[in-house]
Ligand binder design. Structure first.
Ligand SMILES: C[S@@+](CC[C@H](N)C(=O)[O-])C[C@H]1O[C@@H](n2cnc3c(N)ncnc32)[C@H](O)[C@@H]1O
Length: 253
């Protein structure tokens, strides 16, 4: 990926150009990038971009690098919750970070009205750039502590909040520990505090029959399903593609 970026070509083209000698300046550029990666700077920050749900998003220190599991959250929503892509729905993305979830939904649901909130002004500035980069016009961005600045009700609320404990982060890979913003990773009470806040307030912001889908840490969906069983009409715990229970889905009464 680094070499392809220096040569300005696609990664697969490297195999066709395998015997091409590098110029002195290409070699020196490549060395600089390799040195940064050797210091465990994430590839996505070095390249400055990441692919998410078929979109190219800018990626830097301002927000969490969007993860594969979060693409799965978007897939579940699009394939099973709201398969009608022309639906005129309201969607709320809580803790939008780079804007990944909001941009993914905006690219699918052209008629939707999408609100994306974060309490980090840095993250919001990156999210706005990503919406612009992908010419997505139906997202409004808002600085807010979860629902505090949010008005009205939504057919779909999606959240990938911080859900790790301090100890989880201390033992994470340097790419995560040193480069993802800590405010995007860590939540109190062993990682579950923000999920509890979001789920307890969600019913006041969902339309009747509306859904909230949250990405969670491994043991959290079961715990939350037990705690919130009286709050939602229906709760499902959904696995990711590695069969780990990662998603909490609550349907409003
Ligand atoms: C795990 S990141 C998710 C980013 C993005 N949605 C994604 O999936 O890649 C969590 C995000 O929640 C934001 N956040 C943390 N606490 C918040 C709060 N109280 N209110 C709003 N956003 C918050 C962080 O700034 C961060 O951008």
């Amino acid at each position: 990926m680094l070499l392809a970026s220096v040569l300005g070509c696609k990664r697969l083209e490297l195999f066709l150009r395998f015997d091409q000698p590098l110029s002195a300046s290409q070699l020196s550029d490549f060395r600089e990038l390799a040195k940064r990666r050797a210091k465990r700077e994430p590839l996505q920050h070095i390249l400055g971009e990441v692919e998410f749900f078929g979109l190219k998003l800018r990626s830097d220190r301002r927000a969490l690098i969007p993860r594969f599991e979060t693409e799965e959250l978007c897939e579940i929503s699009v394939e099973t919750l709201f398969p009608d892509r022309s639906a005129n729905i309201r969607i709320l993305d809580l803790g939008t970070g780079s804007g990944a979830i909001a941009c993914a939904f905006a690219s699918v649901y052209k008629n939707a009205d999408i609100v994306a909130v974060d309490k980090s002004p840095d993250a919001l500035s990156l999210a706005r750039e990503n919406a612009e980069l992908n010419s997505l016009k139906n997202i409004s961005f808002m600085l807010s502590d979860w629902f505090d600045g949010v008005d009205g009700r939504f057919d779909l609320i999606a959240a990938n909040p911080p859900y790790l404990s301090e100890a989880d982060v201390a033992s994470a890979e340097p790419e995560v520990r040193n480069y993802d913003p800590k405010s995007a990773l860590v939540s109190a009470d062993g990682g579950i505090a923000d999920l509890r806040i979001i789920l307890s307030r969600a019913p006041d912001y969902l339309t009747s029959g509306g859904c909230i889908i949250c990405e969670c840490g491994l043991e959290q969906p079961r715990k939350l399903a037990e705690e919130f069983k009286e709050v939602f009409a229906q709760i499902e715990i959904l696995p990711d593609s590695s069969r780990r229970t990662r998603f909490f889905l609550g349907k409003a009464r």
